[in-house]
Design a binder for this molecule. Sequence first.
Ligand code: LR7
Ligand code: MN
Length: 465
Amino acid sequence: MMVINTVVLSIICGSFVVYSNCLKDWNNQRLPATSVIITFHNEARSALLRTIISVFRKSREELIHEIILVDDFSDDPSDGLELAVIQKVKVLRNNKREGLMRSRVRGADASTAEILTFLDSHCECNVNWLEPLLERVAEDKTRVVSPIIDVINMDNFEYIGAASDIKGGFGWNLVFKWDYMSAEEIKRRENNPTAPIRTPLIAGGLFTINKSWFNQLGKYDTKMDVWGGENIEISFRVWLCHGSLEIIPCSRVGHVFRKQHPYTFPGGSGIVFARNTRRAAEVWMDEYKHLYYNTVPSSKYVSFGDISERLDLKKKLKCRPFKWFLENVYPELEVPPNQALLYGMIKQGEMCMDTMGHFADGSIGLFHCHNSGGNQEWSFSEDGSLRHLDLCIVLPSNTAGTVLELAHCTPTHHSMKWIQIHNKNMFKHRSYNLCIDSRDVQSQGLIALPCDETARTQQWKFIIN
Ligand code: LR7
Ligand code: MN
């Protein structure tokens, strides 16, 4: 059974190839030394020790300036303390559980080398893993580089080479995944299989970065907790704020992939993950954040806290819009057609369009704007639908004065298609010269009347949130 498993896994993961280009004489190359930062919470002692020993055994001595272990308040303080006797190993212990983001920042702040290398606490570094990473970062400090992450089987600790034609990506649920390279890209790389692989995302745990660049870029979002979302956040930030992410095929590090977290999640894993992910989405994704909310609607009910410092950082670093990332870094990610990207409230003076709690067949009213979404949250999509959740504003007949109604949107019928006219201040039906009008809102709700740019009751401002 074991043998069959191994065979299956090596087919899935590809076999571990040592490329001849990788076997250069690294000893003649001057490279900067690195601090290795490893944070852990209740890690198995053997796995932690294995990680540290492999760093020392598989790296040239002068390239390891120090290993900084950050014990994130593990139950037993001696887990870390006993390792402090090893030369070059420094141990910091949090006096409460901080999560991996604040722990890594604490480790990075305490480090003294020019370069930082982060590792998870259950890794095994492979031969010449470090030099190819340091070389890329020494040449250009805005590069952030990751090894190929081989698989250590959690049941028997067998080391299995991972495929080298994959990169990091995500779907609109914002969960990290591996993507296969396109056939074209694989073909292009045939002559140069060891060339760095530009990757939209890094898995997050194993990477090398210049320390001053890490600081300049804003380290991590330290308002994220425990686990999750920080890998997407730092990946977006690196690309959007003028850096790049690469996987370096000559560098390989094994990682124990586990089926579940061997630790507790203060706050609940779903909530913490959604909160961290929302923070990343709200700061970096502009209007595309709605594609995440459409995919994971429950995340909208998880509060994400204050992001003003991260927005200031984005401004200060003059980072690019998310659209640039989609077009230039991750064109493979499909943006679903006809999805609403415009979300917000629809204002007339101090009043806002409001469903008044009505459902299908109900009318639409106006209510004082309360700025808290709910019945006043509307979206406007490319297909012309003006919607609240899955209810669309429909024109029941094409006679002037007809009362507008809410109806289920899918598939969008032509009676539900609107366009913005007159500096986008009026909503006109696509097929008729009828506009949304509020003059009779008290008695019957919003109605459709012949478009008239001078009518104050036909003026609407879509305020994007
Ligand atoms: O509260 C915590 N405090 C910690 O210090 C929780 C975790 N940790 C430590 C933990 O002991 C470990 O050393 O943080 C490290 C990462 O936690 P893991 O190993 O439980 O995470 P993972 O390997 O399941 O998850 C991946 O995604 C995470 C998202 O937050 C991190 O970015 C991990 O570093 C990342 N791991 C990798 O990239 C390794 C390759 C996996 C893949 C694909
Ligand atoms: Mn891990």
